[in-house]
Design a binder for this molecule. Structure first.
Ligand SMILES: Nc1ncnc2c1ncn2[C@@H]1O[C@H](COP(=O)(O)OP(=O)(O)OP(=O)(O)O)[C@@H](O)[C@H]1O
Ligand SMILES: [Mg+2]
Length: 346
């Protein structure tokens, strides 16, 4: 299978469009492959996904964020071809999924993709064990093997002891865990989660996020995670794509979005973020002065540390801290004023 994606890329979207409405494909083709908002409106088409280009890298948590109706669910469904894109390319491990046969697509979805849907449903007549083992049953895995693997997943999401319960005997958060365990049972290469925690109350939601971070530290999956909650996005994401009206307006690390929002729409999301908890020392450090300050440097700090973490390290005797890179080599310095400036920005 020829790989046309850059190394380390798991999934790529190239100029992906999904239009709803009659004659969408023809209208897009006629226009030469691109329609403006005005053209869509006059053709009575809905631009659910508009010209999206993005790469999801091996092992990262890639978050897609945007207001309700911005096209997140449609885009993630296009990635597994549960929704057929109107045009564009989806490359998975370098293979163009839009050219894959229906049988090949079923095989890929069953064996290589895990999905947790926004409004997921457990099978009410099956126990926790039955639900989690269900995707393996579809694969034709023997009962013994699938139950063994399902029990492992149930333990992983913290539901051991509850494998014999039925869905209606579980809380919302517990049901969500079953959905997560179920999507993991096939050991997917890529894991799509569409707002998996949005129905949960804030405390449980935070708990689930913590657990998700813990799970990912063990599993190291390639993840596409959808949310409309920016706080959730910056807690979980390696990188975030921000969607608006079907288009991706910015892709970056949480820090890049907070420091350099591309437009007012992105800036609005970052308004209530405590900048010092997101911004890393490395992005605001200055070059080391030629001569060390008379009082010397305080303690060394890592370039990857957050500004809020290093603030307490300034004491009466130190106004300047030396910043070191991953290998412990000198990378720059950070002053008390630099830190105060970030801390003042909410
Ligand atoms: N089957 C469909 N037919 C027509 N329009 C659709 C269809 N599915 C989605 N849309 C429209 O496409 C746009 C994007 O919808 P989508 O469900 O992808 O948004 P979303 O970002 O996931 O929103 P939410 O946060 O509410 O889940 C919306 O305007 C929606 O009304
Ligand atoms: Mg959605």
């Amino acid at each position: 299978m020829p790989s046309t994606s850059p190394p380390g890329t798991k999934l790529q979207c190239r100029s992906v469009w999904k239009l709803f409405g009659e004659g969408a494909g023809a209208a897009l083709a006629e226009s030469g492959g691109s329609l403006t908002s005005e053209q869509l409106l006059s053709a009575q088409l809905i631009g659910a996904v508009r010209d999206v280009d993005l790469d999801v890298r091996e092992g990262e948590i890639f978050v897609i964020m945007g207001l309700s109706g911005s096209g997140k669910s449609t885009l993630v469904r296009c990635m597994s071809r549960l929704i057929e894109p109107t045009s564009g390319e989806i490359l998975f491990n370098g293979e163009n999924l839009l050219q894959a046969s229906p049988a090949r697509m079923i095989e890929i979805r069953r064996h290589q993709m895990g999905m947790v849907f926004q409004h997921f449903a457990l099978l009410p007549h099956l126990t926790v064990l039955g639900n989690v083992a269900f995707p393996l049953e579809i694969q034709g895995v023997s009962r013994r093997t699938r139950e063994e693997r399902a029990l492992k997943m149930i333990e992983l999401v913290g539901l051991e002891g509850r494998e014999g319960f039925f869905p209606n005997e579980l809380s919302g958060g517990q049901q969500q865990r079953v959905g997560i365990a179920r999507s993991l049972s096939v050991e997917p290469e890529i894991w799509f989660l569409d707002e998996p925690f949005s129905a949960l109350d804030p405390l449980i939601r935070r708990e689930m996020q913590d657990e998700f971070i813990r799970l990912q530290a063990v599993l190291k999956k390639t993840i596409v995670f959808i949310t409309h909650d920016f706080d959730e996005a910056i807690r979980l994401a390696d990188r975030i794509a921000i969607m608006k009206d079907g288009a991706v307006v910015q892709i970056g690390t949480p820090e890049e979005l907070v420091i350099n929002p591309a437009d007012d729409y992105v800036a609005e999301f970052t308004l209530n973020v405590t900048k010092s908890k997101v911004v890393r020392v490395g992005s605001i450090m200055k070059p080391l002065p030629k001569r060390a300050p008379s009082g010397g440097y305080g303690q060394d700090v890592a370039a990857s540390a957050r500004v809020a973490e290093v603030a307490p390290l300034f004491d009466d005797s130190s106004n300047l801290l030396r910043v070191v890179d991953e290998d412990g080599g000198p990378a720059g310095c950070i002053s008390r004023d630099d830190v105060v400036r970030v801390m003042m920005q909410a």
